[in-house]
Design a protein. Sequence first.
Length: 205
Amino acid sequence: MNQQYPSALLERAVNEFAKLPGIGAKTAMRLVLHLLRQDKETVENFGHSLITLKNEVKYCSECHNISDTEICGICADARRDHTIVCVVENIQDVMAIENTHQYKGVYHVLGGVISPMDGVGPSDLEIQSLVDRVNKGGVNEVVLALSPTMEGDTTNFYIYRKIEQSGVNITMIARGVAQNDELQYTDEITLGRSIINRVTFTGKI
């Protein structure tokens, strides 16, 4: 039986919230009713922040991380070691690694992993820009820090084959991260140790 709404405006708002990942109809209703109880300024600030984010947010031209400027704060930081590039799946993984305070290099955000089942191929990701970045010079080590899933391993192997002749040292985070776990959900201590204890990537999956 379909939910009956006393207001078409309420129904529309609930339906929009329910489109968010992990948000069901009941949670969407709770969030919308919460916003309705807030004063007008609070709700306007909430809505404006999302519209401003969508309209003004940028992606770093170097690493593809989310940024307010053309070059993100990490890439622009002269104190970071720009000869080490850590390859991650998404922006959440950058945040997770940064929270460990154990990595001082820079990043390259792929925007996903190779997943034929989901229709995601190498050309859908920022892999060629990584290859170009390595071939340009100045990179001594590429750290493969993708989640230890089948898709992550496949992507690691693909990247390895694309840059193995470049002469850079190709490493991967130690497998302290449990198989099939997503990097962003790994605790900071385990993730930090995995980065510190990274090993040479041999091209085997």
